[in-house]
Design a protein around this ligand. Structure first.
Ligand SMILES: C[S@@+](CC[C@H](N)C(=O)[O-])C[C@H]1O[C@@H](n2cnc3c(N)ncnc32)[C@H](O)[C@@H]1O
Length: 240
């Protein structure tokens, strides 16, 4: 399968439904949720949507996951409370049952190329210096992992002509911990698809989805630049 076949262009919820239920071990979602005034600001030029559509995508993510599979969902300060409410209501709350649903909030702290915490996030009320990441699983899971849910990674130097470009390394750490070699990683709302690049590095099968053909072009530029290179750094190499 070529990368074009694995990077589908279409609506995330619809394409996820086509993939078939229980076909993925992990779904990595960096949803294009629109916080107020987000569109056309902060480098966000791609289409965004309200939480209703996010909920539809989350429901399709759950369907595509195998029992015990994990959702890894990037968030921001605006999305996080809505996402947690949605997941605890619809997937369950592992903190209550120790069995299913929302399990924990991790995150990524971004550093500049010198390894210092990144303070370049625009805003007058403090830099977020990274983003929260929510972890939830479908039903009970025996996929236990000891990798940190909080990662430190270098802010990608290149945006590849796209927005909200995330580092590859945290996905690589998480996907390696949670999946077996023969399992599939699905990446809806993929953009430059760092999770797909991580999956490919790890030899996992992957499928990415974005509604914009230009996103796939951006992914191709990124893949060419990053696969085989060591541009992204994990905590160990950032602090070395
Ligand atoms: C937050 S960005 C993802 C950026 C990505 N994490 C990266 O590092 O490049 C969200 C992506 O979702 C896409 N998108 C928006 N609505 C969508 C939909 N309904 N179905 C599929 N993709 C969608 C946008 O085109 C955008 O590329």
């Amino acid at each position: 399968m070529g990368d074009t076949d694995r990077y589908l262009i279409g609506d995330a919820a619809e394409e996820l439904r086509q993939l078939g239920s229980e076909s993925a071990a992990v779904v990595c979602l960096d949803d294009a949720w629109a916080r107020p005034k987000r569109g056309d600001a902060f480098g966000v030029e791609y289409p965004t949507h309200g939480f209703e559509e996010t909920a539809e995508i989350l429901s399709a993510c759950r369907e595509v996951l195998k029992p015990g599979g994990w959702l890894i969902a990037d968030a921001d300060d605006w999305l996080l409370p809505k996402l947690l409410d949605y997941l605890t209501e619809n997937w369950g709350n592992a903190a209550e049952t120790y069995q299913n649903g929302y399990r924990k909030v991790g995150g990524v702290t971004l550093t500049s190329s010198s390894g210092e915490p990144d303070r370049s996030t625009p805003g007058m009320y403090g830099s977020t210096g990274g983003y929260p990441v929510v972890f939830a699983h479908k039903g009970e899971t025996d996929r236990r992992w000891s990798e940190s849910a909080r990662q430190i990674a270098r802010r990608p130097q290149d945006r590849y002509g796209w927005g909200s470009v995330k580092p590859v390394a945290p996905y690589e750490a998480w996907i390696e911990s949670i999946t077996d070699l023969d399992e599939r990683v699905v990446v809806p709302c993929a953009g430059t698809a760092p999770a797909a690049i991580a999956a490919e590095r790890l030899g996992r099968e992957w499928v990415a989805i974005d509604c914009e053909p230009e996103a796939r072009e951006a992914y191709r530029r990124r893949r060419e630049n990053e696969l085989g290179s060591d541009e992204q750094s994990t905590l160990g190499s950032v602090t070395a």
